[in-house]
Design a binder for this molecule. Structure first.
Ligand SMILES: [Ca+2]
Ligand SMILES: [Ca+2]
Length: 557
């Protein structure tokens, strides 16, 4: 709908990514499914979540865990069926919870009927994929798969090479053929008719290939092995200009549907690019929120500059009608707890929930779930398998996809089976939803308090001002004239530090005097509503404070 006239639901939403295989198993096969998600929908009401993004549940041989789709308009039996999915939509909508689907435009499974027909040169599918003539013993060029090794596979049936940006079982669609675009639009329409609330465009940087098929230059990265994607600079296979116009065609289908039905669909896109390039997705592809992945690069060596640079870099490009968003982890990135250390989790949640814009959380991050260790034998992820028993640890995404830790019972309450598709983290008896529900200052309850806090008008706009920073302390303020203002002070560094009061913004003097929320070691020091003298404020690493002018109790019970 027109952004001039009404506020889209996703601007006030907190989003949550479900990795369906790992969320909740309803039928005891050790793999999460749709009915499992339905069982747990009240959890999102409890958390204060308004939108769920579901990683793919389409029919798939599961070579890349659902990102290899063999039927774009059906659900894989592993997860349930279309009826189950409709039930999920209905049950979610009853709770004012929106459902965002993954949309995978770059490729299908090699088991998709289009590919099977293309293999036989059956029209109109002959050119649905990227085929190249050549000699069986000589690959067309040096292009490398994102998951490592050559991106070309020879097919005797066609006596031709086939291009795949990912694994051989994920052949790339050929967007030089306009029919491909039209057929993919039909898939979008199918799910919109069913009632989904938006899409996440997957792997958009790989969508288009340069039609000259020239060798890519070496990256010069000394850490990259010759079979690894980082070994080359992807000037002919990534970020090509035609991506934007192609995606815009998809977005137009979605926007037309919005105009017809009066419903707002959220369009997000996955591209690990600079904020500047991200902006092109807003402008040229009509995407509501290109994911802001800056904070997915945080790690244990980060002092405050990592955070402040990424935040400023992103906010600096948020002009006009662009709406900010924040992501720290997902199914492709190590868990944030593991990357930066558990003691920073509450402070990072404070950033994500109190900075301007829409945050998206990865399942389990709200309780600070950690990566699991996976041996090479246990490795399921093709990215890990492809690179062998030494290098797999650098690439496998299995460690951050372990089952959700619901409670201290058998298999963390995830499944009744004795074995799950990936192991449950051994810390589940002490780290789980149930145990954190009861603990007043648990990650889960601080997360809920922050979600509740962001309902104040001062958090609803893009207003933001930066407070002083040190090597350890980061601070920022949010306010809207005529409303209660807030001031947030976080120690994101590695040393205890004192708030630099000599640089304290004078305009905040009146607003920031009472403690409203605190994390880390400060829970022994402060009470909600207590007046505070910023001159003496000392914070340990991971500590955080939210200050405002008046008393407010943020911790229910
Ligand atoms: Ca199951
Ligand atoms: Ca492609």
């Amino acid at each position: 709908m027109q952004s001039c006239c009404r506020r889209e639901w996703w601007k006030d939403a907190v989003l949550y990514q479900i990795y369906p295989r790992s969320f909740k198993d309803s039928d005891g096969d050790g793999i999460g499914d749709i009915n499992g998600i339905i069982e747990k929908l009240d959890y999102f009401t409890f958390l204060g979540i308004q939108g769920l993004w579901l990683s793919p549940m389409y029919k798939s041989p599961m070579k890349d865990f659902g990102y290899d789709i063999s039927n774009l308009t059906d659900i894989d039996p592993l997860f349930g069926n279309l009826e189950d999915f409709k039930n999920l939509l209905e049950a979610a909508h009853k709770r004012d919870l929106k459902i965002i689907m993954d949309f995978v435009p770059n490729h299908t499974s090699d088991q998709h009927p289009w590919f099977q027909k293309s293999l036989k040169r059956e029209d109109p599918y002959t050119d649905y994929y990227v085929w190249r003539d050549g000699d069986k013993d000589k690959i067309p060029n040096n292009w490398l798969s994102v998951f490592g090794r050559t991106s070309w596979t020879w097919y005797d049936e066609r006596k031709q090479w086939n291009y795949h940006a990912f694994i051989p079982e994920q052949p790339d669609l050929n967007y030089e053929n306009p029919r491909v675009l039209e057929d993919m639009k039909k898939a979008l329409a199918f799910w919109m008719d069913l009632g989904v609330d938006g899409f996440r465009y997957d792997a958009v940087v790989n969508l288009i290939e340069d039609q000259r098929f020239l060798d890519e230059p070496l990256s010069g990265d000394p850490n990259a092995k010759p079979i690894e994607h980082e070994y080359l600079r992807h000037i002919y296979t990534e970020d090509l200009p035609k991506i934007f116009t192609t995606l815009k065609e998809f977005s137009e289908v979605i926007k037309d549907f919005e105009t017809k039905t009066g419903r707002d669909n959220l369009i997000v896109s996955e591209a690990y690019v600079t904020p500047k390039v991200s902006m092109e997705y807003y402008e040229l592809s009509d995407i509501d929120m290109p994911y802001n992945f800056g904070l997915t690069y945080l790690n244990k060596t980060c002092d405050v500059s990592c955070y402040s640079e990424k935040i400023k870099e992103w906010m600096d490009v948020m002009s006009r009608n662009r709406w900010p968003n924040w992501v720290v982890s997902n199914h492709d990135r190590a868990r944030i707890s593991t990357r930066v250390g558990e003691q920073y989790i509450d402070a990072i949640h404070s950033l994500m929930l109190l900075l301007p814009g829409t945050p998206q959380f990865y399942y389990g991050d709200e309780i600070g779930m950690e990566n699991i260790n996976v041996t090479f034998e246990e490795t399921q992820d093709p990215w890990g398998k492809n690179l062998g028993p030494v290098r797999y640890v650098l690439y496998s995404r299995d460690p951050n996809r372990s089952p959700m830790q619901w409670d201290a019972s058998h298999m963390a309450g995830f499944t009744t089976a004795n074995i799950s598709w990936l192991p449950v983290h051994p810390d589940y008896k002490t780290r789980n939803v149930e145990v954190q529900k009861i603990r007043k200052f648990s990650h889960l309850n601080i997360f809920r308090a922050l979600v509740w806090l962001r309902k104040y008008p001062s958090f609803r706009d893009k207003n933001l001002f930066y407070g002083p920073i040190t090597d350890n302390i980061y601070s920022f303020g949010r306010y809207m004239p005529g409303n209660r203002g807030f001031y947030i002070i976080l120690n994101l560094g590695h040393q205890p530090d004192t708030y630099p009061y000599d640089q304290h913004p004078k305009k905040m003097q009146d607003h920031a005097s009472n403690v409203i929320l605190f994390t880390g070691s400060l829970q022994d020091t402060y009470k909600v509503g207590q007046e505070i003298d910023l001159k003496d404020l000392r914070l340990n690493p991971g500590d955080g404070l939210v200050l405002t002018g008046k008393y407010n109790n943020l911790f229910p019970n």
